[in-house]
Design a protein around this ligand. Structure first.
Ligand code: F0G
Length: 357
């Protein structure tokens, strides 16, 4: 693979090869992961009183979510180890990404999803990429428990974030933020579900700090949905419930990693209500031009909730990680109130409908 005319290589496999567990035998197939935009907030950052707020548009990865950073590494390592099939449990995005990278490498993909509980766009992706899908009559946590058991019994590579290569790949998002801002921000705000991503980001910031590519590390602020907030409650949630289906998780696999990231960084993990999530979800596309899925908006909702609870942002810089594309979840998007007119196919009729005549 070549970088062509660009200075920055197109894939994290190339750009951060020396910081990833790649060997000479690791295939370097890529769909163009990473190098996602860091966009400065025009409205919400100033409203919060931040010196600068940035959105890391990590949904601008090949399958529309941050999962591709981890999946490109995990599936390549599975191939290196001789696997012919991958398996995962998923609230949707992991399954879309696993299915895509399995297709890229010519492997079979098997995915377990909570029946009727994943967003339409994500299911469409898994179908399009040819995954075999088991709709489980249960939660994501049930699906992950079953996937782990299956991976022990059968010759199939488990590519959930319990696979260490996933987190290795995902930490590259932290590298990109530091590379672009020339240091870590004061606050890194991130939605938390299975807790792999917050763990991976912290690992990335730590690694860059140790390598002296960053002078400091950010406070890690993780946000869970109030109806699915085991890390906030300090105990698993039997029946997690939230509009943000991606983070509808009651017993995160990387529980310890999230707590360590919080404590080592002097950060916090807090809950945001569905109303708070939906408000941020609606404001981002209207006021900033950025359309993410509800789970991603939890990172922005979290900053507002913290501000209301007394957090002071003057003099500080924050980055919100926007993890999944708004296109993933058309059903939630279509609940947004919109101005709609119906008119015959006629100029004057459309003028009348718009009130322009
Ligand atoms: N945002 C989105 C859009 C996600 O899909 C997920 C997780 C998260 C945030 C939370 O990240 O689990 O590392 O804490 N989605 C997984 C999946 C569980 O199956 O797609 P996390």
């Amino acid at each position: 693979m070549t970088a062509g005319k660009r200075d920055v290589p197109r894939s994290i496999l190339e750009r951060y090869a020396d910081l990833l567990p790649l060997s000479e035998r690791t295939p370097r197939l890529s769909l163009g992961e990473g190098d996602t935009p860091l966009v400065r907030s025009r409205v919400l950052g100033p409203e919060l009183g931040l010196d600068a707020l940035y959105f890391k548009l990590d949904f601008m990865n090949p399958t529309g979510s941050f999962k591709d950073r981890g999946m490109v590494v995990a599936v390549a390592k599975a191939v290196e180890d001789g696997a012919t099939a991958v398996l995962c449990a998923s609230t949707g995005n992991t399954s879309a990404s696993a299915a895509a990278y399995a297709a890229l490498h010519g492997l079979d993909a098997f995915v377990l999803v909570p029946a009727g509980r994943i967003a339409a766009g994500k299911l469409a992706q898994a179908i399009a990429h040819g995954a075999e899908i088991v709709h489980i009559d249960g939660s994501f946590d049930d699906a992950l428990r079953i996937a782990r058991a299956l991976a022990e019994r059968h010759h199939v590579a488990l590519v959930n974030s319990v696979n260490p290569y996933r987190l290795e790949g995902q930490k590259t998002a932290a590298f990109e933020i530091v590379d672009e801002l020339a240091d870590a921000p004061d606050v890194l705000s991130i939605p938390v579900g299975n807790a792999g991503n917050i763990t991976a980001y912290w690992r990335g910031f730590e690694q860059y700090y140790r390598l002296e590519r960053a002078r400091r590390r950010p406070q890690m602020w993780g946000f869970q949905a109030a109806g699915a907030a085991p890390l906030v409650l300090g105990a698993p949630v039997e029946r997690p419930e939230t509009v943000a289906s991606a983070i509808r998780i009651g017993n995160p696999a990387s529980w310890q990693g999230a707590i360590e990231a919080r404590d080592a960084s002097g950060g916090r993990i807090a809950a945001v209500t569905d109303d708070e999530i939906l408000e941020a979800y609606r404001r981002l596309p209207r006021e900033e031009g950025i359309f993410c899925e509800p789970a991603s908006a939890a990172s922005v909702a979290g900053l507002f909730a913290q501000a209301r609870a007394g957090a002071r942002f003057a003099g500080r810089t924050a980055v919100c990680v926007l993890t999944g594309s708004g296109l993933k979840d058309p059903d939630t998007a279509l609940t947004i109130e919109a101005v709609r007119h119906d008119a015959p196919a006629d100029v004057e009729a459309v003028e009348r409908a718009l009130g322009w005549s």
